[in-house]
Design a protein around this ligand. Sequence first.
Ligand code: PLP
Length: 431
Amino acid sequence: MRYRSTRGQAPLVSADKALRAGVAPDGGLYLPETLPQFEPGDFAGNASLGALANRLLAPFFAGSPLAQPLEAICASAFDFPLPLVTPDKSEPGLQVLELFHGPTGAFKDFGARFLFRAFDAIASADDPITVLAATSGDTGGAVGCAAEGARHARAVILFPRGRISAFQERQLCCWREPVTALRVTGDFDACQRLVKSAFADRALSARHGLTSANSISIGRLLPQMAYWARASLDVFKATGIKPGLIAPTGNLGNAFAAVLARACGLPIGPVVLATNANGTLADWHASGEYTARQSIATLANAMDVGAPSNFERLSGFGDELIEDVVRVEDEAIRARIAASHQQSGYIACPHTATALEAFARMTPETQAERPWIAAATAHPYKFADVVEPLIGLRLTPPPALAEVLERPVHVSDIAATLEALAAQLGAPAEN
Ligand SMILES: *Cc1c(COP(=O)(O)O)cnc(C)c1O
């Protein structure tokens, strides 16, 4: 399998090269040159998620150095539960696919764990890989956690001093080697500028094998197909009907994985996007015109995106694959969290609430046409400050998140300069 750039001006590359590069040299995003075609029966006997992922992803890594380690990567990356639950027994047409049972309590664990294991498999002592991540949210924690124990790849995480919550900071600073957390004197933009200038410094970049793990990495998108495949195969087997999917959407990574899985022949019906008040995708779907915006802050902050980075991939696939885009304002997020808890006891995070609200706004006919699967993307405990007042209950952390609170913290403070970052890269901080 080779990968092409969405802009068509870059050479075709193998999977490992596409992963390492992140962005194609022409500024475009990598897409597989061809798509394998599967039948539901092809996955019979793949009982575990790891085995299913290996079967699904094998064609995408064929002919690359990742083909051989793929099975082990999938088995160790996807070793946590993936429940498909019916939150409200009086509404059996809606199931929720809980993607938050990984070690950092958000669906980013799927992509980050796969990608980091893949990096570790292609890196070597002579050819190291350093993942440089500027983060304000879930991705840094998932990448740091995924990097623990890696042999040849390491993670360096930058975050702005005093701009993230205490729990978020812990979740960035609690990981063991080879993870370095850097608290930058500056805002999030300063962190991003620092990362960009490090990539632009060719000598520095080559010496450390700098790369990124952001949501445009094809190495995060591909493995995210696995959970959509699992859920749709199970529902199709039970009902004979292709389920519709509802994806809480920010940068379109989760939703694009659903579209890709469908294009590979998985039994997936219409795909509905649920967004927060950021209206770029809803306006595009309504008008056919795409206009990037400044992002606005909402309760579902991991989806605060005004220029979804994977849009460039989606537009190549054709709009007809997206059935609907439902925009959910903060007020409706709050109301949905409260109503869901009141009706059935189900507790949703603000991101998940956008998907539940998208289902609630469908006509009864659309709801009844087929089974629907909504993704739950974060554990509600991560957003306890929003959720608790709405449901009138204290949330308890799941064991993985409780453990984060117990771990020792390792962090170094740096100025927002390339010299300071380069010094950290050259001599990893003594934790
Ligand atoms: C990242 C994230 C999203 C958005 O996913 P995209 O792939 O960027 O569309 C939704 N919910 C949570 C909790 C997230 O962390």
